[in-house]
Design a protein around this ligand. Structure first.
Ligand code: SF4
Length: 369
């Protein structure tokens, strides 16, 4: 389980290593094709900042070699915004007075139909983290009702037991996304003041439980802005190394959710600027040539346009971040504001304008049936 590996690394020591790396250390690491945790430390260092163009060039080359010219499109589908946690950075926190809704199975199907008609074949089902509002059985039923139409159905919900994840996989869900939010233990405790999410071990080992359950795709990430992005990147990469080695049949995906507009009363403690985000994405591509790198509509169009060729392989488009938001925009409280509000058609045009191919479907579960 990842928690054992996590405890081998001390945040402050890693920070010292990253901030103490030299340009020579960075160039030695950049020349490698495979990496140990020690090798990746210089890739996230301030000494690497001056080599961003070299990193971007290598990242671009690797991405085109491994993924061709394709960019996979997906859409989030929020089933519920009921949450029993109180993450200080999130619009769904139980302390926020927003309209709470849990869609009925019929309403989920309506939302799914809208996304299907817009062309999406990969969808991500999301809920707040309250397993009473949407139980694992509810999710399994929803998945069974819609997965026939979609090539891929993933979930981003509360962490589950391995057997529950198995039930998800058996009902047609093939992907799990579970962000750690932050790998900095004290920050984790401070930003998760109440609810089950306070249990950092439960979350750290969640992707392992998903791997044991046999998900085809496992997505992880840190919520950028909660702690120093350089050290978060190191821990995210070590987590991805562990998962890809242990669950080698699963495709590992790394997301880069950046805190931009936090709820009132919360100030982003470590804002991540655009250059740092590019640095992080390029370094991850260099370390993980085959990983899916995901960028959501949290990012404004200008950033998404610029990052598109550099290493990203999956993008959401035309997203709503509240339940029922496709059929009835504004029906309930959203999780976060969407910055890139362009339609899926506009995103496809953008992708083509960069010489890339938008892909609605690159997988069919019939491959394994
Ligand atoms: S981040 Fe997730 S667990 Fe935390 S308040 Fe938001 S929906 Fe709930």
């Amino acid at each position: 389980m990842f928690e054992e590996i996590y405890h081998k690394y001390d945040w402050e020591k890693i920070k010292k290593g990253i901030y103490g790396s030299t340009g020579e250390d960075f160039l030695r690491s950049l020349a490698k094709d495979t990496f140990t945790p020690d090798d990746i430390i210089p890739l996230f260092s301030p000494a690497a900042d001056q080599y961003l163009e070299e990193m971007a060039a290598k990242s671009l080359t690797i991405t085109r070699q491994r993924f061709g010219n394709t960019i996979q499109l997906y859409a989030p589908l929020y089933v519920s915004n009921v949450c029993s946690n109180s993450c200080v950075y999130c619009g769904f926190s139980r302390s926020n007075l927003i309209k709470r809704i849990t869609l009925s199975p019929r309403e989920v199907e309506d939302e799914a139909r809208i996304l299907y008609d817009r062309g999406f074949r990969h969808i991500l089902l999301l809920t707040g983290e309250d397993r009473r509002a949407v139980t694992p059985s509810d999710l399994a039923k929803i998945a069974r009702s819609i997965h026939g139409r979609f090539a891929s159905v993933s979930i981003e919900v509360y962490p589950m037991e391995t057997d529950e994840y198995r039930m998800m996989a058996e009902s047609g869900i093939d992907g799990l996304t579970l962000y750690q939010e932050t790998y900095h233990r004290e920050t984790y405790a401070n930003v998760h003041p109440a609810g089950k999410k306070r249990d950092i071990s439960w979350r750290l080992n969640g992707p392992d439980r998903g791997g044991m359950a046999g998900f085809r795709k496992i997505g992880i990430g840190a919520l950028l802005g909660l702690a120093d992005w350089r050290i978060e990147s190191f821990f995210t990469a070590v987590h991805a190394m562990h998962l890809s080695r242990t669950y080698w049949r699963s495709l590992i995906q790394i997301s880069f959710p950046r805190l931009r507009n936090a709820p009132a009363g919360f100030t982003v403690p470590f804002p991540v600027d655009d250059r740092s985000l590019i640095h992080m994405i390029c370094a991850m591509r260099i370390i993980f040539p085959d990983a899916g790198l995901v960028l959501s509509t949290r990012e404004p169009s200008r950033i998404r346009d610029g990052l598109l060729p550099l290493g990203i392989t999956m993008m959401s488009a035309g997203s709503s971040t509240g339940p029922g938001g496709y059929g009835h925009p504004g029906l309930a409280g959203d999780q976060f504001p969407v910055e890139d509000t362009r339609t899926p058609e506009e995103i496809c045009s953008l992708i083509r304008s960069k010489g890339l191919d938008p892909v609605w479907k690159d997988w069919d579960r019939k491959f394994i049936e």
